[in-house]
Design a protein around this ligand. Structure first.
Ligand SMILES: [Zn+2]
Length: 165
């Protein structure tokens, strides 16, 4: 018997950064500032990310490209790797992303790529804590309550027999 299953999710959209709450605005501004540190000589697309940890600590990341293209890393994973490496046990609760080129920040926000969605989702799963996603653009800002909304039915450790502690 075939059943049709439906998935839906809601997110918030803002027009002005001033409309965000203090924590979200601080995190997005931090992501925007860190975009200046990107190493993106090939795409000239500079992405900044900021992860807020449970303690309130903010860890930044940028995209770091490489002449061997697949060796580059996205800002989101760069930030999460830095956070996990330097602040073990202090779990991510929010992640902001902003991107710019020579014309300035994008009008519509950029969204994490598939690889990053997978990595953010595993952070949520292993910490049993949702990561709030804040995507900033000049025209609008999107807030998604949990990364798993961006990657439904995702591959999980449990899928190959492992369980999180
Ligand atoms: Zn990515």
């Amino acid at each position: 018997m075939i059943k049709t299953k439906n998935l839906s999710f809601s997110y918030l959209e803002y027009e002005e950064i001033e409309e965000l709450n203090d924590d979200d605005r601080e995190l997005l501004i931090s992501a925007m500032k860190s975009a200046a540190n990107a190493y993106a000589p090939y795409s000239e697309f500079m992405v900044g990310a900021a992860v807020r940890l449970e303690s309130g600590t903010i860890v930044n990341g940028t995209n770091i490209e490489n002449g061997a293209f697949p060796s580059g890393i996205c800002a989101e994973r760069s930030a999460l790797a830095g956070a996990a490496s330097n602040h073990p046990g202090d779990v991510p609760v929010a992640l902001a992303v902003a991107a710019k080129n020579s014309n300035g920040f994008t009008g519509d926000p950029v969204s994490p790529c598939g690889n990053c969605r997978q990595v953010i989702s595993e952070e949520e799963n292993r910490n049993h804590k949702p990561v709030r996603i804040i995507l900033g653009g000049k025209r609008n800002i999107r807030i998604i309550n949990t990364a798993s909304d961006l990657l439904p039915l995702c591959f999980k450790m449990e899928s190959h027999g492992f369980t999180h502690r």
